[in-house]
Design a protein around this ligand. Structure first.
Ligand code: NAD
Ligand code: TYD
Length: 358
């Protein structure tokens, strides 16, 4: 198996949900590797996610935009980066429906800028094999599955349906083309829905946790029978670790929890766990808060991931069951109102009003 040892990491989007979990994972497993986080701190970026690591000088933080070529050029050269792990993105389907422009700007143009600046840097170094550009992507690029269709594999044709997934598909294609055209040592991972700590409270699972704790309605789109495959975020971080160390450049891997569930079953499970773990909920049992609302336009019916390739080639498997991961997540939101309460800002309420109308 290929063995690549990252020496000096640049993590884009490291103040967001998965990026910050990854930075915590990496610093606890590889405390000796210098790591720089570059993040624009959009509404989804939060320095509180990584402030202990910054204060303890375990990582360095730079606020900036992946669309800034001068900044990227300087960072790569000053710190002699050999590995970029690219999480930075606009990541919420509902926001992409309200305003697709930011998605094209960050996900397509930003990724292009990062790739192109990295390519120039790689050329300047004499095109070494021992650099990596790992692009973090999503199962949503493959489109929507009917109930009995086989899960997405690495060879499934792309068929994105939302401006979010279309912009991620565009970025995946650019990354792929930079390997095939220039030989730039790139990797792509496509992962299913993640959940866990530090998840901004407008995505399904944190939104439900926060609303149960506040006694607010739990908005379920359509009939609630859309299916997603959920993966605990720490398992995703471990998969990225394995891909980075062992995958040959140019490869792409699907990552998933092998754990498909309808939204309504997932939400009912969250309610059960909250009822069990929380004292004095404003409304109990909390499933009384479930409210069916107008469906999301173009809502993909089902995502499912075939993870045979990463299992057989790299030996990765999810290790946290859905019940266990949801229990950890519910406990985390229960014990971290100091983290999520300040995020329910006027901007958040405006967004909420735009999407849900109340
Ligand atoms: P997130 O929205 O929580 O975080 C994105 C981060 O990127 C934020 O910190 C934000 O400030 C930063 N950012 C946005 N635009 C930027 C720019 N122009 N320059 C620099 N930084 C910028 O997203 P997430 O859920 O952590 O997702 C991370 C990556 O993983 C994304 O690429 C996403 O497509 C992918 N992904 C997410 C999931 C999921 O379930 N959340 C699943 C599969 C793949
Ligand atoms: P989301 O977390 O936005 O992820 P994605 O759409 O990228 O998979 O939503 C997960 C599922 O939950 C999706 O089918 C849409 C649904 N959903 C609701 O039913 N209500 C909500 O308020 C939200 C945010 C999502």
């Amino acid at each position: 198996m290929t063995q690549f040892i990252p020496q000096r990491l640049l993590v884009t989007g490291g103040a967001g949900f998965i990026g910050s979990n990854f930075v915590h994972y990496w610093t606890s497993h590889y405390p000796q590797t210098p790591l720089w986080v570059l993040d624009a701190l959009t509404y989804a970026g939060n320095l509180n996610n990584i402030h202990t690591l910054i204060e303890n000088h375990q990582i360095s933080f730079i606020q900036g935009d992946i669309n800034n070529p001068v900044l990227i050029h300087d960072l790569l050269n000053q710190h002699q980066i050999d590995t970029i792990i690219h999480f930075a993105a606009e990541s919420h389907v509902d926001r992409s429906i309200l305003g697709p422009g930011a998605f094209v700007n960050t996900n397509v143009l930003g990724t292009f800028n990062l790739l192109e600046t990295f390519r120039q840097y790689w050329i300047g170094q004499g095109k070494p094999d021992h650099l990596r550009f790992l692009h973090i992507s999503t199962d949503e690029v493959f489109g929507s599955l009917a109930p009995h269709e086989p899960s997405f594999s690495e060879t499934t044709a792309y068929a994105p349906n939302s401006p979010y997934s279309a912009s991620k598909a565009g970025s995946d294609h650019l990354v792929r083309s930079y390997f095939h055209t220039y030989g730039l040592p790139t990797l792509i991972t496509n992962c299913s829905n993640n959940y866990g700590p530090y998840h901004f409270p407008e995505k399904l699972i944190p939104l439900m946790c926060v609303n149960i704790l506040l006694g607010q309605t739990l908005p379920v789109y359509g009939d609630g029978l859309n299916v997603r495959d959920w993966l605990f975020v720490e398992d995703h971080c471990r998969a990225i670790d394995v891909v980075l160390h062992h995958a040959p450049a140019g490869e792409t891997f699907n990552i998933g929890g092998n754990c498909e569930i309808t939204n309504i079953d997932l939400i009912t499970t969250l309610c059960r766990l909250m009822d069990e773990l929380a004292l004095n909920l404003p409304v109990a049992p909390s499933h009384r808060l479930i409210t069916f609302v107008t469906d999301r336009p173009g809502h993909d019916r089902r995502y499912g991931m075939d993870t045979t390739k990463i299992k057989t080639q790299l030996g990765w498997l999810p290790s946290v069951s859905l019940e266990e991961g949801l229990r950890k997540t519910v406990s985390w939101y229960l014990n971290h109102s100091d983290w999520w309460m300040p995020l329910l800002s006027d901007d958040y309420r405006r967004y909420y009003h735009q999407v849900y109308g109340t």
